[in-house]
Design a protein around this ligand. Structure first.
Ligand SMILES: [Zn+2]
Length: 248
């Protein structure tokens, strides 16, 4: 590389950008410009910085409301009063450390911290620079069903199918006394099947229903979850003493 070009690359990379002012994310690689400069065939060329993926995730998560939750719910402030809560947190941390099982499922109706822990896991993946999307079941299903135009539907669902990490909250939640419709099951299958076919994709699922109850709704779709979850298929059940127990 000639000396002048070398200096141009250096000063272009040292210049400060202001993308962090919009999303609060600071990137030392590009100094918040969103591009990194390199010399290519005697020319100064700008390349998109990896932080742009994180910035897009942050933008979409802010729209979905997960950013506010991420700020409040971390592993550090997860309250542990009983042993099962300790085991639950440890299993979440174990999931983050391994790369064999790519699906994490936690079911059961209680305020036992399902969303808290799944949110803390999403925060971890964001710090690794992965694209993370948040699918709040009742809200996103309504949006997807409202798209009669195929192109809009495909574009919208692909955001969730293609993300590195997808967190589905309140999976298959229905109004009281209602069962999921055929359309609900089809959308669930479309998303899960596409993600489970790609071993790089990580899917976190929380549901008020236990896994065995979900299986009764549609075995074909739901059993796909078990295939990708291994030991990370967790159910919180309430025992007679009103304590919650963790079943793997
Ligand atoms: Zn950057």
């Amino acid at each position: 590389m000639n000396k002048i070009l070398e200096m141009q690359v250096k000063s272009a990379n040292e210049a400060l950008g202001n993308l962090h002012l919009k999303d609060g994310y600071c990137c030392a690689k590009c100094n918040n410009k969103g591009v990194v400069y390199k010399a290519k065939a005697d020319e100064l060329v700008a390349y998109i910085c990896d932080c742009q993926r994180t910035r897009k995730s942050l933008r979409l998560l802010a729209q979905s409301g997960l950013i506010d939750i991420i700020e409040r719910k971390s592993f550090d402030n997860f309250i542990i009063k009983e042993n099962w809560q300790k085991s639950l947190k440890e299993l979440c941390l174990d999931f983050l450390k391994q790369s064999t099982d790519r699906t994490f499922f936690i079911g059961g109706q209680c305020g036992c911290g399902k969303t808290h822990l799944c949110t803390a896991m999403c925060a971890h993946y964001l710090t690794l620079g992965k694209s993370v999307r948040y699918f709040v079941w009742p809200r996103e299903i309504k949006t997807l069903k409202s798209f009669s135009n195929d192109e809009k539907y495909d574009r919208y669902i692909n955001e969730f199918i293609s993300a590195d990490v997808l967190y589905i909250d309140d999976f298959l939640k229905q109004k009281q006394g209602c069962e999921p419709s055929g359309a609900d099951i089809n959308i669930a299958f479309e998303i899960l099947n596409a993600r489970l076919c790609d071993i790089r994709k990580i899917t976190l699922i929380s549901s008020e229903l236990t896994f065995s109850k979900l299986l009764l709704l549609d075995q074909g779709t739901i059993s796909r979850i078990a295939e990708g979850a291994g030991k990370f298929l967790l159910n919180i059940s309430q025992d007679e003493g009103k304590n919650f127990r963790l079943h793997i």
